[in-house]
Design a protein around this ligand. Sequence first.
Ligand code: FAD
Length: 292
Amino acid sequence: VDALPSLTAMPAPLLSFEFFPPRTEALEAQLWSCVKRLEPLAPRFVSVTYGAGGTTQARTHATVTRILRESSLTPAAHLTCVGATKEEVDAVARDYWEAGVRHIVALRGDAPSGANGYEPHPGGYAYAADLVAGLKRIGDFEISVAAYPEVHPTASSPDDDLDNLKRKIDAGATRAITQYFFDAPTFLRFIDRAHAAGITVPIVPGILPVSNFAQVAKFSAMCGARVPDWMGTLFDGLDEDAETRRMVAAVVAAEQVRLLQANGVDEFHFYTLNRPDLTYAIAHILGARPQG
Ligand code: FAD
């Protein structure tokens, strides 16, 4: 029988957590309790998303700077190219630099809903690689970029998608964080292809602990993440049973990360959706323990 390696043989993982900027005071309180719950796990950084079309610019900034002021965590601010001139994007980046934020997750972003596909803004950064180069002119930011184990939905081929990732790294990014995926071998094959293409920066798997299966199944179709049939079977009949769904979700994510860990992966980025419990449990299974 092939067993997963003993947990005691595994080094503690390097963690990062993603949050989204809250829209209301109640959601702000929820985010903050999530931040405080996960803080003792001493992640390398926590990142805060940027709403589609830059719609959360002020809220992202407020969340990032609050994390900087009121926690021991190192925040990273997501920034996109959508709907803004280079000067406008540069001004946001400069504000971050002046506030002491040194890590940006640089993204292209998507077209606003209702638009017919992505069109670069006239006078804007067209793609993430252009944004990375622009950011490097503003300050010596640490820059993370997006990668797609199952290929970006509009890429013309898997090889073109890898070339694009390489352009982002050549422009100055030092880490890639992946879109979420549920099939661990897909990620491991992607890493092999990236290494063969000469990509040497860390590629950190994005882990989405799924507690609302119906929602994730719908969203995944848009972002090109495949939901395996076995997941549908596991969550079948649980739409009205949130408690069992959460337990199943923990098992699914724990199996996925353990398989990655057994194959040498020791860095993990969690899409927390501002809810700490599943992330905390899965990080614990990976060997993370509260510090200090
Ligand atoms: P790019 O790397 O620019 O690539 C996008 C597509 O364009 C690819 O298919 C690429 O092959 C193609 N392309 C690149 N350069 C060229 C060129 N010169 N000519 C023609 N085609 C080209 N979205 C948000 O709005 N806010 C967020 O906070 C956010 N956070 C994310 C975090 C992570 C870790 C990930 C994986 C995604 C995130 N996204 C976010 C989603 C992201 O914006 C979308 O997936 C978007 O469609 C692509 O962004 P990118 O940075 O990968 O784009």
